[in-house]
Design a protein around this ligand. Structure first.
Ligand SMILES: [Mg+2]
Length: 313
């Protein structure tokens, strides 16, 4: 191997290490944002300010009475999706449904209405797709989609299809679809190192197609409605310059703060990487959850690599 070839190999290894760090950052950021936000979920920004000043620590509590560093349904459902993909060695919609159904049977600490309805329908009828709806849609399916992004990192052609299939288990709505696709594409671009500008292009495309997602200067509410959630998450994410500030600003808006925290944490982690996540939060995050996240990230990136190698072979 000559000097130039050696330099190329080193550059490729550096690139792979950076991608793995951002992938891990996205997943740990999701869990940290979930745990941080859960403490102040269902409170208003004013109530949070009165009780905490600024809420910035992984202390648990909140309406679910969590232990410090404990996560909620957002992270638990993402882990179900990731578990299904890693066990199956790739995409398998029924395996995803089976994991989510098993999770529902385990009496989770929290579960949204649409998710409960979707997983129950699968258990009773065996169908993998919810009936399409209009009107409002919630944020549950979008919040658990990160493992699909990691498994499809090198395959944009598969990312959209699998994201929609995954979401339609419980949420089948044009705005929920558009939001999940946008966040999936943004997260993918960020993990691959294309930066915030590439993510902005995706977010702007969402607003052009569905102006209801206009996020500039969004002040709330931040309910479980997918439109409210995504407007808050995008507004806070694009205003931030580091993951800590990004997560704190978001969860202190309250309402569905565990899910908005999870999604903004995912984007922040995908942007700045796991190494940039505050040590005080990393130390407090539930150890079993953090260990499963690390194992899943490695396995999902391997699936992505295998699938891209097969596609180009
Ligand atoms: Mg939650």
């Amino acid at each position: 191997m000559n000097r130039r070839q050696r330099a190329n190999v080193i550059a490729e290894q550096d690139e792979a290490t950076a991608i793995a760090d951002r992938a891990l950052g996205a997943y740990l950021g999701l869990a940290i944002g979930d745990s941080l936000g859960a403490t102040v979920a269902h409170l208003s920004a004013r109530e949070i300010a009165l009780e905490f000043g600024v809420h910035s620590r992984l202390i648990g509590g909140g309406w679910l009475g969590l232990k410090p560093g404990q996560v909620t349904d957002d992270t638990e459902m993402a882990l179900c999706v990731g578990r299904a993909l890693t066990k199956a060695g790739g995409w398998n919609l029924r395996a995803v449904c089976d994991e989510l159904a098993a999770w529902l049977r385990s009496a989770p600490i929290d579960v949204g209405h649409a998710c409960r309805r979707g997983f129950r329908r699968y258990i009773v009828e065996g169908t993998v797709q919810a009936v399409a709806t209009e009107g409002h849609a919630t944020n549950g399916a979008c919040a658990r989609n990160l493992p699909v992004v990691l498994a499809c990192l090198d395959r944009t052609d598969l990312l959209d299809r699998y994201t929609l299939d995954q979401c339609h288990i419980s949420h089948h709505h044009p705005l929920a679809d558009a939001a999940a696709l946008t966040l999936a594409r943004m997260t993918r671009a960020l993990i691959l190192g294309h930066g915030m500008a590439a993510a902005r292009t995706e977010a702007n495309a969402l607003v052009r197609e569905h102006p209801v997602f206009m996020f500039k200067n969004y002040r709330g509410p931040c309910s479980a409605d997918i439109v409210d959630t995504v407007r808050m998450v995008l507004c806070q994410y694009f205003a931030a310059s580091d993951p800590r500030a990004c997560l704190i600003a978001t969860v202190n808006q309250g309402d569905d703060a565990d899910t908005s925290g999870a999604l903004v944490g995912m984007l922040a982690g995908a942007t700045w990487g796991a190494a940039a996540l505050p040590t005080e939060w990393m130390r407090r995050l539930d150890r079993t959850i953090a260990a499963e996240i690390r194992a899943q990230v490695a396995a999902l990136l391997q699936i992505a690599h295998v699938s891209s190698t097969a596609a180009t072979a």
